[in-house]
Design a protein around this ligand. Structure first.
Ligand SMILES: Cc1ncc(COP(=O)(O)O)c(C=O)c1O
Length: 390
């Protein structure tokens, strides 16, 4: 399968910023255009053929999600992004004073701030600390967890370090202690399969835009047996309404208030089809090749410090945070841009982790299935040029 046919690469640049957002696959763009061009209508409202077609297309994406993640179609809710999903759960669970939430010190702000905000309701946020390379251990979780722990939330792959996380071990440790489990799979779904049949998790979230889909759409998985109040109410969520009260629909329908991002939802469905078409085994083995090649480049660049693990087998994502001797991170990213590479620079929405690394920010190269080993070789040369200029 020729992956390059599925993606339009940016002109004149190697795109090394997929952890921020992936390239959009062409079938997702085509699906969105098809909706706008051929059957643009609101969904679940009315009886004309365009709304019926749009509604059928919209509903079919739940079926795709159910198949893709091995769960019930009712357990998926359309949200804007991972951030909205985390907030939805933090706002939708009932909290009591003294409840505890455990998060790790390698989280993106989106999986930290919504929990920290619960402090106002008397919820204590405890931190599961990672080691110097960002590894998390279930044994350490045992020492932080207690009967008071209501929920444990952790990333399936850090957007800064890209290291392997013992996802199912952490989740089953949390479940054994009676806690709910939330997994932030924003960086994971585009690279690795998830089985919600096998993973002992209650909630999982990801964003379409990091998994070849459009922006503005994400998914919250929410296990049916866990009570969650809707964070918004309004059109599309009710069975009956009077002027003094309302009766909400069951499970998923009660969560999607208002007109959803219909085109984006369909685009997300097309992106999942593309992942299936390429196959996770191809994505994973390509990632492994890129990871090995990138690690060789960093080994041969003594003026560059790579953060996180430098062992290929410890990397879940082709994500490489680094600093260049004597060059501030934003300046290094601008210089790399001049040399033809789109890399992100800054704290990557993970200020606590950046502080732990002991730097004001890093440059981050993050690669995906559409990147090539030839680009990695050129990246090595670009790093050498940077050293010569600094
Ligand atoms: C690990 C992780 N979690 C959450 C998010 C937030 O995703 P979004 O901005 O799509 O809500 C990101 C985005 O970079 C991320 O990498």
């Amino acid at each position: 399968m020729d992956v390059s046919e599925l993606f339009q690469q940016p002109a004149g640049m190697a795109y090394f910023d997929s952890a921020a957002t992936s390239l959009t696959c062409t079938p997702a763009l085509e699906k969105m255009q098809e909706y706008y061009r051929d059957y643009r209508a609101n969904i679940h409202r009315g009886a004309h053929r365009l709304t019926l077609k749009a509604s059928d297309e919209y509903e079919s994406v739940y079926g795709k999600l159910a198949h893709f993640f091995q769960a019930d179609a009712q357990e998926f809710t359309a949200v804007r992004n991972t951030t909205e999903a985390v907030n939805a759960v933090a706002l939708g669970l009932e909290w009591s004073k003294g409840d505890e939430v455990i998060v790790t010190d390698i989280e993106h702000h989106s999986n930290l701030l919504p929990w920290l905000r619960l402090k106002k309701q008397g919820v204590l946020v405890r931190i599961l600390e990672s080691d110097a390379e960002g590894r998390l251990s279930p044994e350490k979780l045992v020492s932080v967890i207690s009967k008071k722990t209501r929920l444990v939330s952790f990333t399936a792959c850090s957007n800064v370090l890209g290291g392997t996380i013992p996802i199912t071990d952490l989740a089953s440790t949390a479940k054994k202690a009676g806690a709910l489990v939330f997994v932030d799979a924003a960086q994971y779904v585009g690279h690795h399969p998830v089985s919600l049949k096998q993973w002992p998790v209650d909630f999982l979230a990801f964003s379409g835009h990091k998994s070849f889909g459009p922006t503005g759409i994400g998914v919250l998985f929410h296990r049916k047996n866990v009570d969650l109040s809707p964070w918004f109410v309004g059109g599309g969520t009710v069975r009956d309404v009077s002027l003094s009260d309302y009766n909400l629909l069951k499970h998923r329908e009660r969560f999607e208030a208002g007109t959803p991002p219909i085109a984006e939802w369909l685009g997300l469905g097309a992106a999942l089809d593309v992942i299936n078409q390429i196959g996770y085994s191809v994505i994973q083995s390509h990632d492994q090749k890129l990871i090995a090649a990138m690690l060789r480049v960093f080994q041969e660049s003594p003026h560059v410090t790579l953060f996180g693990s430098n062992q290929a087998e410890e990397k879940a994502g082709a994500i490489f945070p680094f600093s260049v001797k004597n060059v501030p991170h934003h300046q290094a990213a601008v210089m790399l841009d001049q040399l033809g590479f789109a890399c992100r620079s800054g704290h990557h929405c993970a200020i606590p982790l950046t502080k732990k690394l002991g730097v004001p920010g890093t440059v981050r190269a993050s690669l995906h299935v559409y990147n090539t080993e030839e680009q990695v070789t050129r990246f090595g040369e670009a790093l050498k040029t940077l050293a010569a200029l600094s």
